[in-house]
Design a protein around this ligand. Structure first.
Ligand code: SAM
Length: 264
């Protein structure tokens, strides 16, 4: 993960749990649809990288029949609470840890993990691709920054500027919030074929799942990140705008990208 630690690493387990729960609320529908369209292999082996609280791994478990699902993360606090005979939980850093003990897979999925790896995102995709069996599929979902507000609100531009400031800080920190745009080329560089992608996202408003997640992300990091500097002393206004039900904004869309390891 570059030279920095995971930006949302925290000892506040309640807030960290709430944040992952909120993330699942707005991301799971597109993820489940994508996994079902690709098809979780019945009786095969599937891998969920950076599994977080485990909703995608659980969806795979519900579909895999007598197969196995391996769920990895650098922090397995939540995954270890799931008891399922077909689930194997492994504490694992996709960039730096040995890949061999994981075995090989018919399906590999990751969501909102690669953008945290910044310039090393392509390396993570290449490492994941080496774990695929011939004919196996890699499916990765990552953000592509948009940051457009609906024009009906007097502070629409202000909110866009504030989100742009947070994005600049995130980039300096080492995140790649445009990662979604690069996934197809990363997949091709990793030797995958039949690469394709799909965008999902919606205009969000204060109080919906995305904006509650944005608020929780702030609460989780307010002691560790310099918000007053990032937002030029206007943090209170940022929070009011974030929570405003009449301010519509799409901060980022999610690009779901898939590709296949050629049969040898
Ligand atoms: C934004 S959360 C997404 C969690 C889950 N994939 C989801 O979408 O609900 C990012 C996750 O990636 C994990 N992570 C960050 N860097 C990682 C790395 N180098 N290797 C494996 N997991 C990592 C974090 O611990 C966290 O659980």
């Amino acid at each position: 993960m570059g030279d920095h630690k995971y930006i949302f690493q925290s000892d506040d387990t309640d807030l960290a749990t709430a944040r992952l729960d909120q993330l699942e609320q707005f991301l799971d529908p597109a993820t489940y649809q994508g996994l079902d369209r690709i098809g979780v292999p019945r009786g095969g082996r599937s891998l969920e990288i950076g599994a977080g609280r485990g909703s995608a791994a659980l969806h795979m478990l519900a579909r895999c029949g007598l197969g196995e699902v391996v769920a990895t993360d650098i922090d397995t606090t939540w995954l270890e609470r799931i008891t399922h005979p077909s689930l194997r939980v492994v504490q694992h850093n996709i960039l730096d840890d040995d890949l061999e003990p994981l075995g090989t897979f018919d399906l590999i999925h990751a969501r909102l993990v690669v953008h945290h790896l910044g310039a090393r995102g392509g390396e993570a995709i290449a490492r994941a691709a080496t774990l695929l069996n011939s004919g196996g599929t890699l499916f990765v979902e990552e953000p592509a920054a948009v940051n457009r507000s609906g024009r009906g609100h007097p502070s629409a531009d202000t909110f866009e500027d504030m989100l742009a400031g947070i994005r600049r800080f995130s980039t300096d920190y080492g995140l790649d919030l445009d990662c979604g745009f690069s996934l197809p080329s990363m997949f091709r560089s990793a030797g995958l074929v039949d690469v394709d992608n799909e965008f999902s996202g919606k205009m969000t408003h204060g109080g919906d799942a995305f904006r509650v997640w944005l608020r929780t992300s702030y609460e989780l990091t307010k002691e560790t990140l310099p918000y007053d500097q990032i937002l030029s002393g206007r943090t209170t206004e940022y929070l009011q705008l974030n929570d405003d039900p009449l301010l519509d904004n799409l901060a980022w869309a999610v690009v779901g990208t898939w590709g296949i390891k050629p049969r040898t």
